[in-house]
Design a protein. Sequence first.
Length: 523
Amino acid sequence: MKLQTKLIAISCSLIFLVVVLLAVLFQVMFVDTIKDQIGKRALSVANTVSSNPFVIEAFEKEDPSQWIQPYAEEIRKKTGAQYVVVGNKDGIRYSHPIPKRIGKKMVGGDNEIALSGEPSITEAIGSLGPAVRGKSPIINDNKEIIGLVSVGFLTTSINEIIWPYKLKILLIGIFTLLIGIIGSTLIAKGVKRATHGLEPKEIGLLYKEKSAILEAIREGVIAINRDGDITMVNHTALEMLEMDTANLIGTNILKTIPNSRLIDVISTGKSEFDEQMKLGKSNVVANRVPIMDYNGNVLGAVATFRNKNELYRLNEELAQVKGYSEGLRAQTHEFSNKLYLISGLIQLGSYQEALDVITKESNVQRNFTQFIMKQISDPYIGGLLIGKFNRSKELKVTFLIDPASTFKDIPETADRQLLITIIGNLVDNAMEAAVKKNGYESEVKICLSDTGKQLLIEVEDNGEGIPFSIANKLYQKGYSTKGKDRGYGLYLIKQSVEQLNGELFYERTKSNTTLFTVIIPKE
């Protein structure tokens, strides 16, 4: 059942139940009140008749009914009662609306109280039917109880009095129920508009998705309401601010971030993108967007923050792609020089020398390419190695690949981009370290193996190696001895290896070279 239908059904049911209960309660109270008033009225008439000296004296007559009957009927007609019955202490009637019943015994069984000397109001079934009756004893001058007076109002007559009021109560109840139905419908539609037509399960799912997304994204996120109070903040933003959620939610944004422009975004309703600012101890790039309803009214604003160091990391990854293009450029440059050499030799008539150069270069390039095509099945990794090979020529670095290398059995679940990041950064670092120490005598070796249940990557260079003093900082993001804006290569390698559930080692070999080893399980 949809939320709108459920709200209407529940609201209408509650209203109907309340209206019915109130109507029944009011009706019971009203009927009891009317009966009480009529009972008191009947008792008042009975007291008046019983205390009348004319009635008391009539009891001394030979035929009391001859005197009492006309008087009782006169009282009955004036008061509107259904009957005014006067009887002796034995319950024998001296008056009755139906003359034939005079002289007969009174019925109902409720004379005892009156005959004991106490007036009473009772509800019993008499000869004319159910009635509310007031009974009063008749006491003579000697203080003796000589009879009683019973004045009755039939229940049917009382119902005739009550019925118009019952009808009004019924109409009021129906009217109230209709108003409740209309109100419930309007409330349900308002709730539907407020929830954008979403059902509770969908709202709950969206909330969970939002929470998961906020914690999954690498950017800091802070949202505020129209008053500038923080309503939402994710874990990344908390780390940047070095605070916890309890201290932030409900706090004004300017108290937390004095230089925030979110208040201006709420005022103008305009978005701001790629603005640099200081957030805590971090330099960040901020984007700010207003939150608006369907009518275009600004309800709040949200800001996202990206650490500049993360941008540097992206630049480092981009540099890998750039390196591939540089490798192709190096290849083009290198072969252009060879072509110029061959052209010069031909012009000088040194045909054999030109043929030797062509054969040598062709064999080296062809052999390396053929080896890659044969032993490295993945085109991305193969293309990377060819690019690094061409780059090594430009740097005058001897780039060797172990003849026993094979990298064909790579599981489909292994992310190729992560493998490229690992191999590319390891080779670049090795070439840079080798050139720095040995110049044209630089040498880099790589070995790739897919035998067994693991992938093995080994990169060795004859550079200076890694000082022991910085070994524990080697994989920290942004740490480097090479200058500013460096220190992301080994960090990226470490992160990529961990994502592949692998292990990363390095050592200084006996031949005074640095060897990095990566082991990645296939499963």
